[in-house]
Design a protein around this ligand. Structure first.
Ligand code: ATP
Ligand code: MG
Length: 392
């Protein structure tokens, strides 16, 4: 009796004729993710199911953690395959499995049976009845609840018999890569890694752009962004991080533009450059960690002013979340501890005491005229000297 792992997926199941594309992408992503797990695994797709078969020694916790990081996975159920499928043997195997997976405690259950092998002498309703009775008699603490069972217990009779119970939850979402690619503006803060996580969860592959301003921002600040990219890459797959030197652009804006408009003008240049990289890299949208009213540059007027320089859609997955909710999610995905490390950010260094909160686009465009002739070569150089780092 060996344990394999059944991967249940949710939304992919309803994608009609294209379903196989999503399934194939999920299989591919699972295989890629398992490369970093010690051990050999075979990943197999059959009849609308994905199964992972360990082929060597492995650490179960490590395997489950890896699988629970793959978007598209709704649930992971350890499965016992029972070769000799005579009914008594199946019942005995089922009880062993339940004791192993649920342990010694009180729980409610309901049995579900599927008889793929139509020659099997016992039909599904009878399998459910008999298995239910057998569990009640042999597993202390078990109780039937047909309406809201804590555990669904499955018995499937195919070439072999398979038994499994409600497994551990995966992250849900869609397989990364099935919804195109987007460019994440990744800073060292709390928000943007969560924004990247959220957008990737919908199947979008991400690349990232980080603007740093040496010597005002340190190598450690840059390393922090690389570390954050690494943390989200556990979910999104490898990320190509574009590191852009923003110092000269920032200095020029600082010298030539009204200080209360600095942040907004800086943000417009960030968006412009990120968009140039995005176009080059065949990304279909920009992604930021902005949320309405969080800071002066995130009022609706400010967001409109930054959007005005963008030709491609700008996605802001956190737009309506409270800081508390963002922090909770940051903790959940394991980014928070890194995000709160106290390294300087390029925006905070040049920030004005009283930034405009309701910028007028015409006024901003007027102020930016002071940059004509100065900023273009700086933008070009920033673009040409960017450093590309693969993070995974
Ligand atoms: P975060 O926690 O993501 O840093 P924040 O609350 O500090 O967000 P801002 O500094 O106003 O907010 O930045 C808003 C968004 O702009 C960020 O979520 C990120 O997407 C992008 N951004 C800000 N600074 C940078 C940077 N140095 N490099 C790349 N993107 C940046
Ligand atoms: Mg920030």
């Amino acid at each position: 009796m060996e344990t394999s792992y059944l991967i249940k997926y949710a939304e992919i199941g309803i994608k009609g004729k294209n379903k196989y594309k999503f399934e194939d992408a999920l299989v591919k992503n699972i295989i890629a993710r398992l490369r970093s797990v010690d051990g050999e695994f075979r990943v197999h797709k059959e009849q609308g199911r994905i199964l992972v078969f360990p082929q060597s020694e492995y650490d179960r916790e490590e395997l489950l953690t890896a699988l629970s990081h793959v978007f598209g996975v709704a649930q992971i159920c350890p499965v016992t395959a029972i070769e000799d499928k005579s009914f008594n043997n199946v019942l005995a195997g089922l009880v062993d499995h339940i004791k192993r997976e649920i342990g010694n405690r009180e729980f409610t259950f309901k049995v579900f049976a599927k008889r793929g092998d139509k020659k099997y002498p016992i039909d599904s309703p009878e399998i459910c009845r008999e298995a239910g009775k057998y569990i009640l008699d042999n597993v202390a603490g078990s109780k039937v609840d047909v309406h809201h069972p804590e555990y669904k217990i499955y018995v499937e009779i195919r070439r072999e018999a398979y038994v499994y119970v409600t497994g551990i939850a995966g992250p849900g979402g869609m397989p990364v890569g099935t919804a195109g690619k987007a460019m994440l503006l990744l800073s060292g803060g709390i928000d943007s890694p969560v924004a990247g996580y959220r957008i990737a969860k919908r199947g979008v592959k991400i690349e990232a752009t980080y603007f740093h301003a040496p010597p005002y921002t340190s190598e450690r600040a840059k390393q922090k962004v690389i570390d954050l990219a690494k943390i989200i890459s556990e979910y999104t797959g490898p990320i190509l991080l574009h590191v852009v030197n923003f110092t000269d652009i920032q200095m020029a804006i600082y010298e030539k533009c009204p200080h209360d408009e600095l942040t907004i003008i800086m943000r417009r240049y960030m968006m412009k450059i990120a968009q140039d990289i995005a176009k080059d890299r065949e990304c279909l949208a920009l992604v930021t960690g902005e949320s309405i009213a969080q800071v002066a540059s995130q009022t609706m007027q400010s967001l409109a002013a930054t959007d005005a320089v963008c030709e491609m859609p700008v996605f802001r997955p956190l737009i309506a979340l409270d800081k508390r909710e963002i922090i909770d999610e940051s903790e959940k995905i394991g980014a928070y501890e890194t995000s709160i490390l106290p390294y300087e950010d390029c925006c905070t260094i040049f920030v004005a005491k009283h930034p405009v909160t309701k910028p007028k686009l015409e006024q901003i465009v007027e102020s930016e005229k002071n940059l004509i002739g100065v900023i273009e070569p700086l933008v070009k150089t920033a673009y040409e000297t960017k450093e590309d780092i693969w993070v995974n």
